[in-house]
Design a protein around this ligand. Structure first.
Ligand code: DAT
Ligand code: MG
Length: 151
């Protein structure tokens, strides 16, 4: 379970607002391991595939337009129960419902500008990681801190 991985993406609002470093710091400080990171402006095809489960939603077009409107920082983080824990760290989908101390609770107001994406389940994470990253872009490594994070 220490090798569970999740897909995290800081959206164009988070990039433009200069909070990428703060967000990365939270996952690092928690004890999770960064195994993949890159910036890109996603293509419409990638965005539509990423959000394909939402294609019937009324906000789908706005969502795709927004995520393709600027840079995204795509990341893969690894660790014990990282999928569900990252979702807790991110907060509720609607930032006005997100608790203070969560990323959306601290940095966002509108649901359409909620700063960050995180996979909602282990299977979703595997799908999203393979959609956004090639296998060779992911780095298996053992931080020297591991013995101080896991007993
Ligand atoms: P999450 O990003 O918390 O997993 P989701 O998968 O339900 O939420 O939706 C993906 C994104 O779509 C979400 O981050 C913001 C947007 N979105 C969701 N619900 C919305 C709504 N009711 N109105 C506008 N945008 C919405
Ligand atoms: Mg989702």
């Amino acid at each position: 379970a220490r090798t569970e991985r999740t897909f995290i993406a800081v959206k164009p609002d988070g990039m433009n607002r200069g909070i990428l470093g703060n967000i990365i710091s939270r996952f690092e400080a928690k004890g999770y391991k960064l195994v993949g990171i890159k910036t890109l402006v996603p293509s419409k095809q990638l965005a539509e595939e990423h959000y394909s489960a939402l294609k019937e939603k009324p906000f789908f077009k706005d969502l795709v337009d927004f995520i393709t409107s600027g840079p995204v920082c795509a990341m893969v983080w690894e660790g014990e129960q990282v999928v569900v824990t990252a979702r807790k760290m991110i907060g509720e989908t609607n930032p006005l419902s997100s608790a203070p101390g969560t990323i959306r609770g601290d940095f966002a107001v509108d649901v359409g500008r909620n700063v960050i994406h995180g996979s909602d389940a282990v299977e979703t994470a595997q799908r999203e990681i393979s959609l956004w990253f090639e296998q060779g872009e992911l780095t298996a490594w053992e931080p020297t801190s591991a013995v101080w994070i896991y007993e």
